[in-house]
Design a protein around this ligand. Sequence first.
Ligand SMILES: NC(=O)c1ccc[n+]([C@@H]2O[C@H](COP(=O)([O-])OP(=O)(O)OC[C@H]3O[C@@H](n4cnc5c(N)ncnc54)[C@H](OP(=O)(O)O)[C@@H]3O)[C@@H](O)[C@H]2O)c1
Length: 332
Amino acid sequence: MLAVHFDQHGGPETLYLKEVAKPSPGEGEVLLKVAASALNRADLLQRQGRYPPPQGASSILGLEASGHVAELGPGCQGHWKIGDSCMALLSGGGQAQYVTIPEELLMPIPEGLTLFQAAAIPEAWLTAFQLLHFVGHVQAGDSVLIHAGSSGVGTAAIQLARMAGAIPLVTAGSQHKLQMTIKLGAAAGFNYKEEDFSEATLKFTKGVGVNLILDCIGGSYWEKNVNCLAVDGRWILYGLMGGADVSGPLFSKLLFKRGSLIASLLRSRDKKYKQTLVKAFTEQILPHFSKEDPQCLLPVVDRIYPMAEIQAAHGYMESNRNLGKIILELPQ
Ligand SMILES: NC(=O)c1ccc[n+]([C@@H]2O[C@H](COP(=O)([O-])OP(=O)(O)OC[C@H]3O[C@@H](n4cnc5c(N)ncnc54)[C@H](OP(=O)(O)O)[C@@H]3O)[C@@H](O)[C@H]2O)c1
């Protein structure tokens, strides 16, 4: 089968398609014939040598995929049959024509969605769902500051926060991106390149600050984050796009707010945790992707690249131009 490959760490130019052995499903696993996958920041980091796959995971890029069941491994419980269309949360391997996956980590595709839209769901939406509910314990009425509001994870988090009865506020780097986040349900958006988002957030919350921050920026935002965190607020760190270093009185400021700083990574979680997450998401969230549903959740797809154009797809994400997800179409 063909898979996205690189021989050495580096820029997008190191990526190419390579013929590799097709995997076969082990105990309780399903072989998925991949129709589409999607890019994540983790792919860029892995390519650069800054985010190795967890032990036991495929070294092929791709944390999510949609497609059809091609084969069932021994001991499968009969939840899936050959030909079923589904989407999958993966710890790697999605950017290849076939991938194996524990059957419990597959999800049905909501009616009315294409395989491309489905590929935009697993990693971004399960991350956002996990951050808001499993980690952040969001409550109706909470204000939630979502950084990188137009990212794959951000566009999902806005909609899920709204659905939970919370008030999503976002940051993004352009007016165009902010407009899109407002359409998705953000109550307000702040251009971090043009204003101090922390002061704007305090103004919006009448000096109280936000109950929850979903922070994938880290270092460059720490002081502003703690400044606009409400007393007893939860600040969830799940990415480091703004660096990993902190210099200054973080602890005293956090202590003064009685704030909780919680770090979260989904990819390295064990199978049981992911199974629980996928089950909760399938039951509580997937039904709301229907056009008839009042919530009408929407996976935001920016562009679809043929897999052969993987270098261009990485370059596009690296230039921060995407609004929502970048999809890869696999050769059939
Ligand atoms: N911990 C986990 O389990 C987990 C799981 C999935 C994703 N993540 C993390 O979630 C984040 C979003 O991932 P994604 O794939 O959804 O991203 P994405 O769609 O590529 O969007 C990322 C956006 O972040 C903004 N950005 C980039 N560098 C920035 C900086 N230094 N300061 C402020 N904004 C910056 C850019 O938009 P602007 O134009 O607005 O600047 C960029 O388009 C990443 O950090 C990723 O590693 C973590």
